[in-house]
Design a protein around this ligand. Structure first.
Ligand code: S3P
Length: 426
């Protein structure tokens, strides 16, 4: 579906977003693992999160919606039932990686499948450590989905130094580790999002610049109530639209402010953005609060490589801020972008070249400079929700608007994208 967006004049108002996608996946998985009834408020409505929910249901967990709350009846330690068919992760890398860790520690075989995009994305990164814990896997040569998980006996704990900066891999190992008496440790050189550690209350220490998180049976989740704060990655689109539109001001309420996710706000502030936080609270060890954004003129800065894992999902929309900011916009050390829902380096560069900008594609990033020349652009979503939303926002900032082909994939993370935008444009 091709969707047309006209230039907008002003952003103003207040917005509440549905729950953060990363926290929602974990709240569902931990509730399904626990014994008894957990209640989740403000769960994400993303298609990805529905994939996780359907899988947990197939494994036996009961799921009920009541008064906009989700009530999950968990199966308890190793209580999951053998699924009747393959477990479909759809487009969701987080479902595939986290649930692989959970299934590696059960007493039955299971098979994870996914859509065309997910079936191209690497699973070796979780298969390697989970094999070290004693589980076997059957897959193709490339080690992509479908993957059959064949647990052998009780898994053993490991100490694992991460070869890639990935919260999904870290979480997969830590979740498997919840099934061992002995302690499993994961050692990271670069900090990645820490929702699994925070939500389970896992020990984390920093020594000689390395972040060491550990898990064991002692931290196996118990039934509880979760409040999922608004999705910070979703808020990035509304934040950047507000910053780049004159005479605009927006308040986004109760958004996750976990510091392993707010890196893009640090980058924007360094670029000159007027963004502040207020009314900060905590739930399940996760900070959240209101974000206040006012129109700002921006200057590009050098983005430090250490912050890349923190801003990895926001790079498509940060690029839109970058092309309106003074100076050239440079992303480096971000090779992981090539294995996201699309090859995001390619997707971004292709769309920007179409605008007539000077674009240099690097192996691990890209450089953009120059002025927009094409006044009637049609952007491609590449079936990637964040590319679709980033170029929809860009279209709203162009004098003659713009179009996005394959817009509908926004539902992967935010089915309410258009509704939210319509409620804040004046
Ligand atoms: C996620 C981790 C990130 C991120 C993804 C969600 C998570 O992936 O890109 O959207 O919830 O753990 P990687 O950890 O593989 O970089």
């Amino acid at each position: 579906m091709i969707k047309r967006f006209e230039k907008i004049n002003r952003v103003n108002g207040e917005l509440s977003l549905t729950g953060d996608k990363s926290i929602s996946h974990r709240a569902i998985i931990f509730s399904a693992m626990a014994s008894g009834k957990s209640i989740i408020t403000n769960l994400s409505q993303a298609q990805d999160v529905i994939s996780t929910m359907v899988i947990m249901h197939k494994l036996g967990a009961s799921i009920l919606t009541k008064d906009r709350k989700i009530i999950i009846g968990g199966m308890g330690y190793k209580g999951f039932k053998v699924p009747a068919s393959n477990l479909d992760c759809g487009n969701s890398g987080t479902s595939a990686r986290l649930i692989a860790g959970l299934l590696a520690a059960q007493d039955f075989n299971s098979t994870l499948i996914g859509d065309e995009s997910l079936s191209k994305r690497p699973m070796k990164r979780v298969v390697d450590p989970l094999m070290k814990m004693g589980t076997e896997f059957q897959s193709n040569e490339k080690l992509t989905l479908p993957v059959t998980i064949i647990p052998k006996s009780n898994i053993n704990s490991i100490d694992y130094e991460m070869p890639v900066a990935s919260a999904q891999v870290k979480s997969s190992i830590l979740i498997a580790g919840l099934h061992c008496d002995e302690v499993t440790t994961v050692i990271e050189k670069e900090q990645t999002r820490d929702h699994t550690e925070k939500m389970l209350g896992l020990p984390v220490k920093v020594t000689e610049g390395k972040i060491i998180s550990s898990s064991s049976k002692k931290y196996y989740p118990e039934a509880k109530e979760y409040f999922v704060p608004g999705d910070i990655s979703t808020s990035a689109f509304h934040i950047i639209l507000t910053l780049l539109t004159p005479n605009s001001e927006l308040i986004i309420k109760n958004v996750s402010l976990n510091t392993t996710r707010t890196g893009f706000i640090d980058v924007l502030k360094k670029m000159g953005a007027n963004i502040s936080f207020e009314d900060i609270k905590t739930s399940s060890n996760e900070d959240y609060g209101n974000i206040i954004i006012k129109s700002s003129s921006l200057k590009n800065i050098r983005i430090d490589s250490q912050i890349i894992p923190n801003i990895i999902d926001e790079i498509p929309i940060l690029t839109i801020a970058g092309i309106f900011a003074e100076g050239e916009f440079v992303i480096e050390n971000a090779k992981e972008l090539r294995v996201k829902e699309s090859d995001r380096i390619k997707s971004i560069c292709t769309n920007l070249m179409h605008l007539g900008l000077n674009v240099e594609e690097l192996e691990n990033g890209f450089i953009v400079s120059g002025a927009i020349k094409n006044s009637k652009p049609v952007f491609e979503s590449f079936g990637d929700h964040r590319i679709s939303m980033a170029f929809s926002i860009l279209s709203m900032l162009l004098d003659n608007g713009g179009e996005v082909n394959g817009f509908e994939c926004v539902a992967i993370s935010n089915p309410k994208f258009e509704e939210q935008i319509n409620s804040i444009i004046k």
